[in-house]
Design a binder for this molecule. Structure first.
Ligand code: AQP
Length: 332
C-alpha cells in the first residue's frame, strides 16, 4: 500500500490550476488501494501579509472543496495542518538539517520575497523556512508519493534531500518521498499572462478561473484569454504559442484528449475557446453543486476535519518521536 500526502494552502480562492494540478489527481489516487492524507496547510498561509478572518474563511472553504471535489473521508484522511502539532515539532528538527543557502535558492522564496519587499511589507522569516515545514508535512507520515503540480516539484525535492541527509547522519529515520505530476495540466497558466502560472493569491485576476466562478464568469474569462499573434492557425507549441497551448492543455485535461491532436480539430481560436469554456463549466458544475450543499452544513465538515486530525496525529507521532531520538534528544 502506497502512502500519499499532499496539501493546499488557504491563501486565496482555489483555481482551475489547483483542481487540475492537485485535487483531481488526489481523487484519482484515492480510488487506488493507497493510504492517502490530504491537508489544508493553513500554517503556510501565514508566511505573507494576511487577514486572520480571511484565512479562517478560506480554510473552511478549501476543506469544503476537498469534499466537494470527491475526496471521501472514509477512504482518506482529511485534516487541518495546524490541528496536528507534529508538523511544527518536526519542522524544527529539519531546520537543524537544512542550510540557509538551500532555502534562499527556492524559486518561490525568490519570487514572493521580491513581491513582499516591493510592497514595503518586509519579508517574514517563515517565508524563508516554510519549505522546511512543507518537508515536515510530508516526512511526518512516511509518505512515499506526493501528488502536486509542477510548481511544487522543487519543494518536494527539498523534502527528499532532507530525508536522505538526515538518514545518512542519524540513521534510517525517514521514508524518502517522490513527486508525482499529472500527465496533463501539471502547470495551468494564467489566461491573460500565459507565461505565468495561474495562481490563487494574485487577487481577482481576469486570467484566473476560480473553482467557484459562475458559469457566465468562466465563459467570459476563457473567451477573453489572450491568444498568440501569428497566422499558423491552431497549433500546439508551448514555447512559441503559450496562450493557445494553455487552452489546448486545459481542454485536453477536461476531455481526456491529447493537446497536439486536439489542435488539428480547430481552424480558429473562437471555436477552440467556446469548447474550452464549455468543458471547464461542465467539469466544475458537479463540484460547485456539491460545494453548495456542503457549505450549508459547516458542522459536518468540521467533524470530518476533527476525525482526520486524530488519525493523522496517530500516524505522525511515532515518526516524529523517532526523529527526535535519532537526532539526540532524550525521551521525556
Ligand atoms: N496553475 C497550476 N497548475 C497546476 N497545478 C497547480 N497548483 C497550483 N497552481 C497550479 C497545485 O495546487 C496545489 C496547491 O497549491 P498551493 O496551495 O501550494 O499554492 P498555489 O495555489 O500554487 O499558490 P499561489 O496561487 O501561487 O499562491 P500562494 O502560493 O500564495 O497560495 C499544489 O499541488 C500545486 O502544485
Amino acid at each position: 500500500m502506497t502512502r500519499i500526502f499532499s496539501g493546499i494552502k488557504p491563501t486565496g480562492h482555489l483555481t482551475l490550476g489547483n483542481y487540475l494540478g492537485a485535487l483531481r489527481q488526489w481523487v484519482a489516487a484515492e480510488q487506488q488501494p493507497d493510504e492517502a492524507l490530504f491537508c489544508v496547510v493553513d500554517l503556510h498561509a501565514l508566511t505573507v501579509e494576511h487577514d486572520p478572518a480571511r484565512v479562517r474563511r478560506l480554510s473552511r472553504q478549501v476543506a469544503t472543496l476537498f469534499l466537494a471535489s470527491g475526496l471521501d473521508p472514509r477512504k482518506c484522511t482529511l485534516f487541518m495542518q495546524s490541528h496536528v502539532d507534529e508538523h511544527t515539532r518536526l519542522s524544527y528538527v529539519l531546520e537543524c538539517t537544512a542550510t540557509d543557502g538551500e532555502m534562499r535558492r527556492m524559486i518561490q522564496y525568490k519570487e514572493k520575497s521580491a513581491r513582499a519587499q516591493a510592497s514595503g511589507e518586509g519579508v517574514r522569516l517563515s517565508l524563508l523556512t516554510y519549505p522546511v515545514l512543507m518537508a515536515a508535512d510530508i516526512l511526518a507520515y512516511d509518505t512515499e508519493e506526493v501528488p502536486v503540480g509542477e510548481d511544487q516539484r522543487q519543494h518536494v525535492e527539498l523534502a527528499r534531500d532532507l530525508a536522505v541527509r538526515f538518514n545518512q547522519r542519524y540513521g534510517h529515520t525517514f521514508t524518502v518521498p517522490k513527486v508525482t505530476l499529472p500527465k496533463v495540466a501539471a502547470r495551468v497558466m494564467d489566461l491573460q499572462e500565459p507565461t505565468s502560472k495561474m495562481g490563487k493569491s494574485g487577487g481577482a485576476g481576469p486570467g484566473v478561473v476560480f473553482m467557484l466562478d459562475e458559469p457566465g464568469v468562466i465563459r467570459k474569462k476563457v473567451m477573453r484569454a489572450v491568444t498568440d499573434s501569428g497566422d499558423g492557425g491552431v497549433v500546439y507549441d508551448r514555447e512559441a504559442r503559450p496562450g493557445v497551448a494553455n487552452l489546448l492543455d486545459v481542454l485536453a485535461a477536461c476531455t481526456g484528449g491529447d493537446p497536439a491532436a486536439l489542435a488539428e480539430q480547430y481552424s480558429g481560436y473562437g471555436a477552440l475557446k467556446r469548447d474550452v469554456a464549455d468543458a471547464v463549466v461542465e467539469l466544475l458544475r458537479p463540484v460547485q453543486e456539491r460545494h453548495a450543499e456542503l457549505a450549508a452544513d459547516p458542522a459536518a465538515v468540521e467533524k470530518v476535519l476533527r476525525e482526520g486530525a486524530g488519525r493523522a496525529r496517530a500516524l505522525a507521532r511515532p515518526v516524529v518521536d523517532r526523529a527526535y531520538r535519532a537526532i539526540g534528544l532524550l525521551e521525556p
